[in-house]
Design a protein around this ligand. Structure first.
Ligand code: LMR
Length: 328
């Protein structure tokens, strides 16, 4: 009996020894600011689930939506400190790190999402993923959301209607110049504050995609939405070079594969969401959609177009031309 006991103890202790020798899974915290039921939210969750399914003993992805962990104003600093490993801020939010990505903010650059997709998948689009490498950030891919609309507490049909109004913008100098070109007042504010700013009328309006206007309930506090399709909100999935390059090669490759599949899933969702969420807003009856005539639209183009010239030197003419050429 004693021998059996000893054997049992030995077995248990060697199991424990093996247990401690097995490395704990690598945790990847993925922080973003939108709801789960959005293109980015869906891409992040799909990525998390694929990793759990395929390599759950080695890597665990934790997704923090709705600015729960970090807002886009702090997430990149947090990434440098190792407090978060993945984020996907909109392409508008990197101008402190690179001037190149500002190209995506130029008003009326892409006539539709297919053009944005072609540019992102081009050689230049791929090079842009690495435009912040010297700052310790690596881009792993683009996620679509969609084209922006302008909401306000009054109807905006022509650019003059926006004159003197306060608009919340993302932290982007191009977007600031775009509203200044209308004679409006742009205010850079975190996404998580926009609903309250609109509700309390601290600001008059904002620009965003159908998906964000719906999921953040902006339409409940903005009686008018002008379908302007004047700009893009897409995302760059970013990680820290130190974290990414420190992963074992096989794990990095598998994580990247799952991420690519998550992104592809989110991008499929994006196109449909733009249509569905717009329809839900219409059905709610809370907000009137203003459709521009070709003549009215031309006035918005004319008012905003000087922004291109203003940023041509910073962004680079070749880059702007290449992006514009993606319209075919
Ligand atoms: C915004 O701040 O309006 C957007 O960038 C939010 C988002 O991530 O779509």
């Amino acid at each position: 009996r004693k021998v059996t006991q000893i054997l049992a103890i030995t077995a248990v202790s060697s199991m424990l020894a093996i247990g401690t020798a097995v490395a704990a899974p690598i945790t990847i915290k993925f922080a973003h600011v939108v709801a789960e039921n959005t293109p980015k939210g869906q891409a992040a969750n799909k990525f998390r689930d694929l990793v759990a399914e395929r390599m759950g003993d080695k890597v665990v992805v934790e997704v923090f939506p709705n600015s729960q962990l970090f807002g886009d104003d702090t997430v990149l600093e947090a990434m440098a400190l190792g407090d978060v490993q993945l984020a996907a801020p909109s392409l508008s939010k990197f101008d402190r790190y690179t001037k190149s990505l500002q190209v995506f903010d130029l008003p009326f650059l892409f006539s539709d999402m297919a053009a944005a997709e072609r540019f992102q998948q081009s050689d230049i689009g791929n090079e842009l993923l690495m435009s912040m490498e010297s700052k310790g950030l690596i881009g792993l891919g683009y996620i679509h959301n969609g084209l922006k609309q302008i909401s306000a507490h009054k109807p905006l049909r022509v650019p003059e209607d926006a004159r003197g109004l306060k608009f919340r913008i993302q932290a982007s100098n191009v977007l600031a110049a775009q509203f200044e070109a209308l004679g409006a007042m742009p205010l850079k504010k975190p996404f998580s504050e926009v609903f309250t700013l609109l509700q309390t009328k601290a600001i008059d309006g904002q620009e965003n995609t159908w998906s964000n206007i719906y999921s953040q309930k902006f339409f409940e506090v903005q009686p008018y939405i002008t379908e302007s399709n004047h700009g893009l909100i897409d995302y760059l999935v970013v990680t820290s070079a130190e974290f990414w390059n420190g992963l074992p090669d096989d794990i990095r490759a598998e994580v990247k594969k799952a991420l690519d599949e998550g992104i592809a899933f989110g991008n499929e969702v994006a196109a449909q969401k733009a249509l569905d969420d717009k329809q839900k807003i219409i059905d709610s009856g809370r907000s009137e959609i203003i459709y521009l005539t070709p003549e009215e639209r031309a006035l918005w183009v004319e008012a905003m177009k000087p922004v291109w010239q203003k940023f041509e030197e910073e962004i680079g003419k070749e880059l702007i031309d290449a992006a514009y050429a993606s319209n075919e």
